[in-house]
Design a protein around this ligand. Structure first.
Ligand code: SF4
Length: 615
């Protein structure tokens, strides 16, 4: 159905010509789901854009062929005129993007958007196209399609918008579907519904599907075959079951070991050292060599080719070259050293005791912006965190978990009405003022989800770290502050020269280290971690989780860990509280809640999470 040979895509960037895709070769059959996986910047999305001929202005296809269909139906995608390509795009190839909220036209009714796709690519017009659009809304599971067809996108939830996107993508019955991170922006229960829907529609229509994602668990549940990309090249292709049971490329093995899960509790996750090399440079050897734990002397000077190691399994690695010594043993995974997990003293009095927390946001309207109503974001929440303990607060977006965290860190004072108590050492944080409040702020810090947005881009790292110290630890002089900051940089694994640089000079993982150092600078006893790894790649996530775990062991700090990632919860949390619509539905020991959930909602939530089951 789709044949890509020797595809090369180049981008004209400031640093030089970036070879974003360097010699890609793959073939996808009718009815097959082919997953392209890899970390950010490896070339996955660029492949989709090249296929749709939607490369950015500074990008060109520098070589190769893309053929869609077979025999008389075959088209040379790269050779088509732009006007013919327009009928292929949306006609023979459908596409679903990551973010449904920005992919739909906000000022056009959803029905009109589906009808537009039907009229552009089929014979149907007018009322017949509208009837077809209603039929599509029904097929993708939108209730009351006759009424909802005349609604604007803003009246729909994220999951419903993605269903509308799917209806638009499939309305012209394409031969082939490109789904680029189709569920990344959605909650797990909605994700499960959308993936089921895609699977069902794909098998009904026998489409080929290119599924692009960074979520390996989603791939395991959806794909027939998997291709792993690294630095612009495919480095392993295998049937999905074989890939997950026995990945052969050292990068694939390391990636799977980097995934947090319950069976790795107490063990360090495999953190792949270094970063992806810049793609403007010429490579004389294996692109993964500087990071590869199994690199051999000739890896830096020999270019590995994609070579078959099984009926449908190919790998780009010199370990599998015919003359490589004892390839199988060399490629076997080494056992990871066991580390004893600190046991939390359950009899110790709680460090933080939250009782009946309610957070109400005023809803204002009218010329004078008077408060008309209130919205209860958190509605009577109680929990405790013990010294050295990690309590995970989980739930879907909008359930109130971040609001709970912000209220405890005192970030909602003045913005919301807060009721209830948050006792830290027996003193209610919500009643503190002046110097007492300042002292309490030192004890409770926060790390945010997005390390790109949470660091002031105009401040050097040293100043970022010193800012909190100067205002909350006034007893320290400049020399003592510098000493503490230098020690912190070592603790979070940054080089000392990082202190003189600005945030934009760092990668996402390094920025999150800076954010952790900033939180630790004032020696807090509790850190609210608000989705600290969800914006990071798997290997970087592993580094940050290892760091948080080590710091907890060293410093005895407690974490209130807000996340929707159950794998992370299993790995790092001692206890778990499940939130829904501003309330806690269930809380208890992590193992108990995850293995024997009592509430229906917890069961639904856990059932919806895609997982990689150990082979
Ligand atoms: Fe590692 Fe060498 Fe294989 Fe590259 S070719 S992945 S450096 S063993």
């Amino acid at each position: 159905m789709l044949d890509i040979t020797d595809l090369k895509v180049e981008l004209d960037a400031e640093a030089g010509i970036v070879r974003a895709i360097d010699g890609m070769r793959l073939a996808i059959e009718r009815g097959e789901t082919f997953a392209l996986v890899g970390e950010s910047g490896c070339g996955k999305s660029m492949t989709a854009l090249a296929l749709m001929r939607l490369l950015p202005d500074n990008g060109i296809v520098a070589g190769g062929d893309i053929t869609l269909g077979q025999g008389r139906d075959a088209v040379d995608v790269l050779g088509l005129s732009e006007s013919r390509m327009r009928s292929v795009r949306g006609g023979r190839i459908g596409m679903i993007f990551q973010e449904p909220a920005t992919s739909l036209n906000p000022v056009m009714k959803v029905g009109r958007q589906i009808v537009e796709a039907i009229e552009a690519h089929t014979e149907l017009r007018g009322e017949a196209a509208r009837v077809k659009a209603i039929d599509w809304l029904r097929r993708v599971g939108i209730p009351e399609p006759e009424r909802r067809i005349d609604e604007y996108p803003f009246r729909m939830s994220g999951g419903q918008k993605q269903r509308v996107m799917i209806a638009i993508a499939l309305a012209a019955a394409p031969d082939f579907l490109v789904a680029d991170e189709p569920t990344t922006a959605l909650d797990v229960t909605i994700q499960a519904q959308i993936l089921d829907l895609l699977k069902q529609l794909q098998s009904e229509q026998r489409m080929g599907m290119l599924l692009i994602t960074h979520d390996l668990a989603v791939v395991a549940g959806m794909a027939h075959r998997v291709a792993l990309m690294y630095a612009g090249q495919i480095i392993e292709v295998a049937p999905a079951a074989e890939f997950f049971a026995a990945p052969r490329h050292p990068y694939a093995q390391a990636l799977l070991r980097a995934l947090p899960a319950g069976d790795r509790r107490g063990l360090p996750l495999e953190a792949i050292k270094g970063t992806v090399p810049p793609l403007w440079q010429r490579f004389d050897g294996c692109r993964f060599a500087p990071r590869c734990a199994k690199a051999m002397p000739h890896c830096a000077s020999t270019l590995p080719e994609l070579a078959a190691i099984g009926a449908a399994h190919t790998v780009r690695c010199l370990l599998y070259a015919p003359d490589a010594p004892a390839a199988a043993e060399a490629a076997a995974a080494e056992p990871v050293a066991a580390v004893v997990r600190p046991v939390v003293d359950r009899s110790a009095p709680p460090l933080l005791d939250v009782q009946g927390l309610r957070v109400r946001f005023p809803i204002r309207s009218g010329l004078l912006q008077r408060t008309k109503r209130h919205f209860d974001a958190v509605d009577g929440v109680s929990f405790q965190v013990r010294p050295g303990e990690t309590l995970a607060l989980v739930g879907e977006s909008g359930c109130g978990k971040t609001t709970t965290g912000k209220a405890i860190v005192q970030l909602l004072r003045g913005a919301a009405d807060i009721e209830g108590r948050a006792l830290l050492d027996g003193r209610n944080l919500f009643e503190l003022h002046g110097p007492e409040l300042l002292a309490a702020r030192r004890q409770v810090q926060i790390i945010f989800q997005d390390p790109f947005a949470s660091l002031n881009p105009r401040m050097r790292v040293f100043d970022l770290l010193e800012e909190g110290l100067a205002s909350l630890n006034t007893e320290l002089d400049a020399g003592a502050r510098r000493e503490r900051i230098e020690r912190l940089t070592d603790q979070v694994g940054l080089r000392r020269d990082a202190l003189d640089r600005y945030p934009h000079e760092f990668s996402g993982g390094q920025r999150q280290r800076i954010a952790i150092a900033r939180a630790l600078a004032v020696q807090p006893r509790l850190i609210v971690c608000d989705e600290p790894t969800s914006a990071l790649d798997v290997s970087v996530q592993a580094q940050i989780l290892n760091l948080l775990r080590d710091l907890q062991r060293e410093l005895g700090v407690s974490y209130l860990f807000i996340t929707h990632n159950i794998g992370v919860v299993e790995y790092i949390a001692d206890r778990i509280a499940v939130m829904r619509a501003g309330r806690i539905e269930e809380q208890g020991d992590c193992d108990d809640v995850l293995s024997r959930p009592q509430q229906e909602y917890t069961k639904t939530l856990l059932a919806a999470v895609p997982r990689l089951v150990p082979a």
